[in-house]
Ligand binder design. Structure first.
Ligand SMILES: Nc1ncnc2c1ncn2[C@@H]1O[C@H](COP(=O)(O)OP(=O)(O)OP(=O)(O)O)[C@@H](O)[C@H]1O
Ligand SMILES: [Mg+2]
Length: 235
């Protein structure tokens, strides 16, 4: 049996005491790449934020490597979270290399500089290393944030619509970096509205405040009835 790295059980979570997620169950396994889909407002970002300990569950539980990420700060270092970009306002004069090295240092691992260089190479931001974040294009910033996540060398990656502003060749570079992380035993949970090719994903989760369906990309994405249900009848 594959090891469960992320366990979500009967989760109710939201904002100001009002639940967006209502009874979500999920087990994220070691060596797995999972696509999280669902309509706007389905709670995808809420689920990822709760899984990294930014939101406290109203009911139910989230466990990262057996610990509660809300109360156990040390376990949060084992999770790399890349927030949805349209919620980010980056006006930082920090350089790309500073951001990525912060990721490596967050993990308190040795060889932070080498790992950061390697991470920047993998998603093609090495030549931007001295650029300021505020000067980057949307796609360059997205890749810098993914490089930071790679440098952190976490057990779990939570990526919220990472491809929103990334062009096709860069998307392929990011997907292959994530596939490599999966083979290294990581769990990757990635939310996205459209992926050109779902075959790298082991499972697809359809979320609409609860888990509507979970299965292989072929099973889930070819089932019109499920998609219609998840997308409020508008698929
Ligand atoms: N900070 C917040 N305060 C109050 N309500 C919020 C907040 N963030 C999100 N919500 C609400 O929670 C619900 C779920 O939002 P969430 O961002 O998790 O959806 P999503 O599935 O990520 O959508 P999208 O595809 O648009 O990114 C929405 O109705 C949203 O308005
Ligand atoms: Mg979202």
């Amino acid at each position: 049996m594959a090891e469960v790295l992320l366990r979500v059980a009967d989760l109710y979570a939201g904002y100001d005491g009002a639940a967006v997620l209502e009874g979500v169950w999920y087990e994220g396994l070691r060596e797995e790449l999972v696509l999280l889909m669902g309509p706007n407002g389905a709670g995808k970002s809420t689920l990822l934020k709760t899984a990294v300990g930014l939101i406290r569950p109203i009911r139910g539980s989230v466990e990262v490597l057996g610990s509660d990420p809300w109360s156990d700060r040390s376990v949060r270092r084992r999770v790399a979270y890349v927030p949805q970009q349209r919620t980010l306002a980056v006006s930082s004069p920090l350089r790309v290399v500073d951001l990525v090295e912060m990721g490596a240092r967050a993990a308190r691992a040795r060889g932070a500089r080498d790992r950061s260089d390697d991470a920047m190479e993998r998603v093609d931001v090495a030549r931007l290393r001295n650029a300021r974040l505020l000067d980057l294009s949307g796609g360059q910033l997205a890749r810098a944030l993914i490089a930071r996540a790679l440098a952190q060398d976490p057990d779990i990656y939570l990526l919220d619509e990472p491809f929103e502003s990334i062009d096709r060749p860069s998307e392929e570079a990011v997907v292959s970096a994530l596939e490599e992380e999966k083979r290294r035993g990581k769990h990757v949970l990635l939310s996205e509205h459209h992926v050109p090719d779902p075959t790298p994903f082991d499972r697809v989760v359809l979320l609409n405040r609860r888990v509507v369906a979970i299965g292989t990309p072929t099973d889930v994405l070819s089932d019109r009835r499920l998609l219609t249900e998840a997308y409020n009848g508008k698929w």
